[in-house]
Ligand binder design. Sequence first.
Ligand SMILES: C[S@@+](CC[C@H](N)C(=O)[O-])C[C@H]1O[C@@H](n2cnc3c(N)ncnc32)[C@H](O)[C@@H]1O
Length: 337
Amino acid sequence: MSEQENGQTEESIWVDFKLSGLLLSDKVRELHASIEEEWDSLQRSACQTAAGRALWKHLIHDPVADVLAGEKYLTSFYEKIKKDRLNNAREISGVILAVRTLWFDSHIEAALNSFDGEETQVVLLGAGMDGRAYRLNCLRGSNIFEVDFPTLLQMKTTLLEAVTMTSSNGNQQPAMMARSLTRVAADIRDDNWLEKLQASGYNPERNTVWVLEGILYYLSNLHAVQVLKTIADYCALTHTVLLADFMNKSSTTLANSTFHFYSDWPDHLLPSLGFADVKLSQIGDPDAHFGLMDDPLNLFNRLRNLPRSVETHPDDGSPCCRLYLVKASGSPEKDIP
Ligand SMILES: C[S@@+](CC[C@H](N)C(=O)[O-])C[C@H]1O[C@@H](n2cnc3c(N)ncnc32)[C@H](O)[C@@H]1O
């Protein structure tokens, strides 16, 4: 049994899973029951993601993740983790999500630091149940915009209000880390999402970090490229950083896949759309490791050792399903020859 840096053993990390009293309140249960009845699988994927973050709490300290995830997703995710541990699986469920989350967190912080204290905006496209505005101290100087479908954002607000009302320690909302938070109800496949963002206070001339985590592959190729191109166009106006994860083709073509857009070479695609600098990482790379990828035989380390052009694994013929973590940026100065 390995011992973590903070003295917790593997065992103690996972055994103390308990649903909080807030989750069991009638109001929160009622709200989550309506999610089950009314939402499609795309929107519900936001609860699934929040559940993963809530359960990997020894690494991701998210004060709102469990309430946003709900009992059903927490319980079923926890059962998967338990099964993986019983089977001595090399990859415990949620490890990709944990690495992905920590990669985005660290790159958001680095991008904000690179802006030298100037006022900044962070736009989360397909924000879902992401709790970063309540979780990341590095956002204290930034204006945050969360863009998602209207029903999802309304539910997120209502759930967080329910926490306030049910909370035994007074009537405070969960503490906000960001300077401001604005929820923008929009479908990013529509032509008017940018108008809606600007009408909500987004300033196209202010330094911006765009966070596209777990969203691009739900879009069609046409829509994904349109969204990326829209963001790239801002590089001519202001310092612009894009953080996004991309699935490769093998990941989206598995049986029963609900994914559409893929790119095997985002480091070629993004410059063609107008980004000046692009850096691509794979899970397990030094900046996408976080001490979680020590086993050389785990799936991700085996993939990293193969050229990216290889589509099936030579050892067992399985498809090489990759998730790329990509930082792309540009600014008006970079366009001057
Ligand atoms: C897997 S969740 C990821 C949520 C969040 N980025 C995170 O990491 O916690 C995908 C989210 O994208 C949102 N989404 C998908 N298609 C969208 C669209 N066309 N416009 C706006 N939001 C969309 C879904 O509603 C959902 O909240």
